[in-house]
Design a protein around this ligand. Structure first.
Ligand code: PEP
Ligand code: CO
Length: 435
C-alpha cells in the first residue's frame, strides 16, 4: 500500500467507495468476454486505445467526444480493411493510476515522491501535491462515471452509429494526406449501408450501433477492490469499475498481490507481456489466471519494442501453444519503443511503432498463431508527442504541443494513419491470415 499518511481516512474513503453503485454491469463484462473469445477465433479484431494517463481536469465534453471519434474512425478503417467486426475498448473512464520506475523525483536538489496519476497524488511539484490523498479515489470514481455517462449518451443517441460516420469527422487540416483516403472509406461504407437498406427494405440502424467498452490498468488495488462485487446471478466476483482491467508489466509477478487479486475476478483480463517475461512464467500465469481455459478470459498484450520482438515473441507464442490455453494476442507497439530525445523529452518514433506492428503480424502468421488486436496510446487531439507520421514531425516539433504527463501519445492523424497502414498493402497478407 502506498504511504498514505492517514490510514483512517483511507478506510473511510474505501468504505464510501464500496457503497457507491458500480460503473459497469456484469452483463456488459460477459458480453465483452464473448467478443474477445470471437477475436481469439479470428472472427473479430480488438482495437484498444486511449491516453497513457487520463487527467481529472480533462473530463469535459470536447475531449471525451474527440477520444470517442478517433476510436470510431480507426475502427471504421479497420473494419473496412480487415473485413471483420471490431471489439472497441478505450483506455478510458478510469485510467488514472500510473506505475513508475522510481519512487522519488529530484528537481534542483529537492526530492519528492513521484507523480503516480491523478487517482493517487497531484502532478505539481510541492510536498502537499505529491503526498498521496485517498479522497482522490472518490474524485476518480466520479470522473470515471461522468466520462462513461457521456460516452453512453453519445453512443445511445447515434453518435457511434455506423450509418452516420460523417459525425466522426475530424477537423482535418486541409493539406492532410490522409483526408482523401478516409473520406473514400467513409463514403464506401455509407454506400454499402444504403444499398443494403434499399434491397432489404429495412433499416440496419439498430444492428450497426456499436458497443464501446472501458479498460484501465488494475494497478491501485484498494480502489479496484472497493468496486469489486459478488454477483449472485453468476456466483462469481467482478470488478465493476471497468469492463477490462489489465495487469501491467511491473505487477505481473506470479506471487504478487496483483495476480492474487486478478485471479479472483471474472472479468476478461489483459496481461502486458514484456521482454523480461519467460515462457515458463507465462505458462504459470495462464494456469493461475485461467485454470479452466475459459475462452475470452485472457488477452496477452505484448510490448517488446522493435529491437526485441523478433528475439522474444516466437518462444512465448510456442510456450502458450504448449498449454492449449486459449488467448487473444494483441500488440502494444508503444511501450517498448519509448526513447528520450537529446533535450530529455520522452517520445516514440512512428516508424518504430509501425515496424513493431508489422513484425507482430508476420511473427504470429509464421508461428501458426494470429495477432487479433492492437493497443495504442493515442488521443483525438493534435498533440506533438510522437515523431514521424505523414507530417514528418521531428524532435524539434515536440515542444509545440506536448501535453502528456506520462507517456507520449499518437495524435489523431498519426493514429488514423496507423489504422490505414495496418490494413494497407504491406500488412494485408499478414492481417488476413487469421480469418
Ligand atoms: C501503460 O500501458 O501505460 C503501461 C505502463 O504499460 P506497461 O505496463 O506495458 O509498461
Ligand atoms: Co503508458
Amino acid at each position: 500500500m502506498l504511504p498514505y499518511p492517514d490510514q483512517d481516512k483511507v478506510a473511510d474513503v474505501l468504505s464510501r467507495l464500496g457503497r457507491l453503485p458500480p460503473l459497469v454491469t456484469s452483463w456488459e463484462v460477459e458480453r465483452l468476454k464473448s467478443e474477445l473469445a470471437e477475436a481469439q477465433r479470428g472472427e473479430r479484431f480488438l482495437l484498444q486505445g486511449g491516453d497513457c494517463a487520463e487527467r481529472f481536469d480533462e473530463c469535459n465534453s470536447e475531449l471525451i467526444a474527440k477520444k470517442l471519434k478517433i476510436l470510431m474512425q480507426m475502427s471504421l478503417v479497420l473494419l473496412y480493411g480487415l473485413k471483420k467486426p471490431l471489439v472497441r475498448v478505450g483506455r478510458i473512464a478510469g485510467q488514472y493510476a500510473k506505475p513508475r520506475s522510481t519512487d522519488t523525483e529530484t528537481r534542483d536538489g529537492v526530492t519528492l515522491p513521484t507523480f503516480r496519476g491523478d487517482l493517487i497524488n497531484k502532478a505539481g511539484f510541492t510536498p502537499e501535491e505529491r503526498t498521496p490523498d485517498p479522497e482522490l479515489m472518490l474524485v476518480g470514481y466520479q470522473r470515471a462515471s461522468l466520462t462513461l455517462n457521456f460516452i453512453r449518451a453519445l453512443v445511445d443517441s447515434g453518435f457511434a452509429d455506423l450509418h452516420h460516420p460523417e459525425y466522426w469527422d475530424m477537423d482535418f487540416a486541409s493539406h492532410s494526406s490522409l483526408e482523401q483516403e478516409y473520406r473514400r472509406i467513409v463514403s464506401s461504407i455509407s454506400d454499402s449501408m444504403d444499398f443494403f437498406e434499399s434491397i432489404s427494405g429495412r433499416s440496419i440502424h439498430q444492428t450497426t450501433r456499436v458497443a464501446m467498452f472501458t479498460s484501465h490498468e488494475g494497478l491501485h488495488l484498494p480502489y479496484e477492490q472497493a468496486q469489486t462485487r459478488y454477483i449472485p446471478r453468476w456466483e462469481r466476483w467482478y470488478n465493476l469499475a471497468t469492463h477490462f482491467p489489465w495487469i501491467g508489466v511491473r505487477t505481473g509477478d506470479l506471487d504478487g498481490a496483483h495476480v492474487e487479486y486478478f485471479r479472483g475476478i471474472s472479468n476478461p483480463l489483459g496481461i502486458k507481456v514484456g521482454p523480461r517475461m519467460t515462457g515458463e512464467s507465462l505458462q504459470k500465469l495462464l494456469a493461475v489466471l485461467n485454470p479452466l481455459n475459459e475462452p475470452g478470459r485472457i488477452t496477452l498484450i505484448h510490448r517488446f519494442g522493435v529491437g526485441q520482438i523478433e528475439k522474444k515473441l516466437p518462444s512465448l507464442i510456442r510456450a502458450v501453444q504448449a498449454t492449449g490455453s486459449p488467448v487473444l494476442w494483441c500488440c502494444d507497439p508503444m511501450h517498448g519503443n519509448t526513447e528520450i530525445t537529446a533535450d530529455g523529452v520522452k517520445t516514440r518514433r512512428f516508424d518504430n511503432i509501425l515496424d513493431e506492428l508489422e513484425m507482430s503480424f508476420e511473427i504470429h502468421g509464421s508461428t501458426d498463431s494470429h495477432l487479433g488486436g492492437v493497443h495504442f496510446e493515442m488521443t483525438g487531439e493534435d498533440v506533438t508527442e510522437c515523431t514521424g507520421g505523414a507530417r514528418g514531425l521531428t524532435d524539434a516539433d515536440l515542444a509545440r504541443s506536448y501535453k502528456s504527463q506520462v507517456d507520449p501519445r499518437l495524435n489523431y492523424e498519426q493514429a488514423l494513419e496507423l489504422a490505414m497502414r495496418i490494413t494497407g498493402k504491406n500488412f494485408r497478407s499478414a492481417a488476413s491470415q487469421d480469418s
